[in-house]
Design a protein around this ligand. Structure first.
Ligand SMILES: Cc1ncc(COP(=O)(O)O)c(C=O)c1O
Length: 405
């Protein structure tokens, strides 16, 4: 069945030489001297939180994505929570979302006492399938939360049309998709609210941090209030006006992003275009080199989008392999390639299974894809040699395990 192996093609998992000496992570931040200088400058200033850098970062970010308003938060998760609040989600309400995401997308609905409802995904992009949404809309539905999985924008036009027809709010989770484009428009300028994350593996980082963009002044006001305890003004505004008086008008949280984080974010934002260009170059090289690797399916790209490539999620054509995903994953890790699996569908997590009686089988497209998924390293700082190591290791492992009938 299997051919005799040449010495260099013996898998590291079987005592051979790994493709690399050190593990290549699947994602990593890029911090340069400009970033460090920007942070130090704030540390030497009067304001280390809720000062001038917050407004500066928000304005620059809104400008970049082409939105009227940007409201910063202490994490992408806090930003999602803020968006769920601003959308008016509460007990008795439902929000339709995708299972192919990080659990925070659905958790933000639960934080507001509402119920997330999972609709299945498209088989090519693994994004929320607009044709699946309709059957889940009830008189309780208040919002739709599509996710731009891996940085490929969801099919937003039909989702927004559905929302329009049914009076729903669209909260787009674009934590993977800063800089992505959908039909020539930048993600962040399209949905009612769009949420971003600045976790270190994302396109830009503030350590922890997040943002919501919107074109709606009232939503922006509610977002600002929510991240500041439900208080209608912030400390800097009061100081500028020489006032002490404030009112808490709704229940909010301390979800503020610091001036330290915003200074880092501003400095990172200046390098975003270079970061995106590099990610697109890496994706193109992967797609070209992996085209003929047995049993490997590269991620689909629809013709009307320009993805931001947070992840590079390949899929395994399992019937063409003599082992399962777990063995392939392990073999690549031992070759020192930091592969990952994104995501186990949210409804299959024990918390969701127990609370909502999910048993598996509810979202068959997402569930089948989950069994096949394997993400390759993707980040700005990856070198050309790193890319070739990934390609070499994937080829080595999959050629070894391919079924030779
Ligand atoms: C799709 C998605 N949504 C939300 C989040 C939460 O963002 P954060 O880690 O900044 O809270 C993440 C983070 O990984 C994510 O990938």
């Amino acid at each position: 069945m299997r051919k005799v192996q040449k010495a260099e093609s013996v898998l590291a998992a079987q005592g051979g030489q790994p493709v690399r000496a050190r593990l290549l992570p699947y994602g990593h931040q890029s911090i340069d001297e400009d970033d460090i200088r920007a942070v130090v400058e704030v540390l030497r200033s009067d304001w280390i939180t809720t000062g001038p850098k917050v407004a500066e970062f928000e304005e620059a970010f809104a400008d970049y994505v082409g939105a009227r308003y940007a409201v910063s938060f202490s994490s992408g998760t806090a930003a999602l929570h803020g968006a769920a609040f601003a959308a008016g989600l509460g007990p008795g309400d439902e929000a339709i979302t995708t299972p192919m995401t990080f659990c925070a997308t659905a958790n933000c609905v639960l934080y507001q006492g509402a119920r997330p409802v999972f609709a299945d995904v498209c088989s090519d992009t693994l994004n929320l399938n607009p044709d699946e949404i309709g059957r889940w809309i009830t008189s309780h539905t208040k919002a739709i939360l599509p996710v731009d999985y891996a940085g490929h924008p969801a099919d937003l036009d039909p989702i927004l049309e559905l929302a329009d027809r049914n009076g729903l709010v669209v909260i787009e989770d674009a934590c993977h998709a800063l800089g992505a484009e959908y039909k020539g428009r930048r993600v962040g300028s399209i949905s009612h609210m769009t949420v971003f994350s600045f976790h270190p593996v994302k396109h830009i980082t503030t350590g922890e941090g997040g943002m919501v963009t919107t074109n709606d002044a009232e939503l922006a006001r509610r977002l600002r209030m929510f991240r500041n305890h439900g208080i209608d003004s912030d400390a800097r505004q009061r100081q500028a006006q020489g006032q002490w008086y404030y009112e808490m008008v709704s229940l909010g949280y301390n979800y503020r992003l610091t001036d330290i984080g915003c200074a880092l974010g501003l400095s990172q934002l200046r390098k975003l275009d270079a970061n995106l260009a590099r990610r697109r170059q890496i994706a193109a090289r992967y797609a070209d080199a992996l085209r003929n690797v047995p049993a490997l399916i590269p991620p689909a790209v629809r013709p009307d989008v320009n993805p931001a490539w947070h992840l590079y999620p390949t899929r395994l054509d399992l019937p063409k392999l003599c082992v399962g995903r777990a063995e392939i994953f392990r073999a690549l890790r031992v070759e020192n390639i930091g592969v990952n699996v994104r995501y186990m569908p949210v409804h299959l997590h024990p918390y969701y299974r127990e609370r909502f009686s999910y048993q598996g089988g509810e979202c068959p497209v997402a569930e089948r894809a989950y069994e096949q998924l394997i993400s390759l390293p993707m980040f700005h700082g990856i070198t050309d040699q790193d890319i070739e190591d990934v390609i070499g290791a994937v080829r080595k492992v999959l050629e070894y395990y391919a079924r030779h009938e």
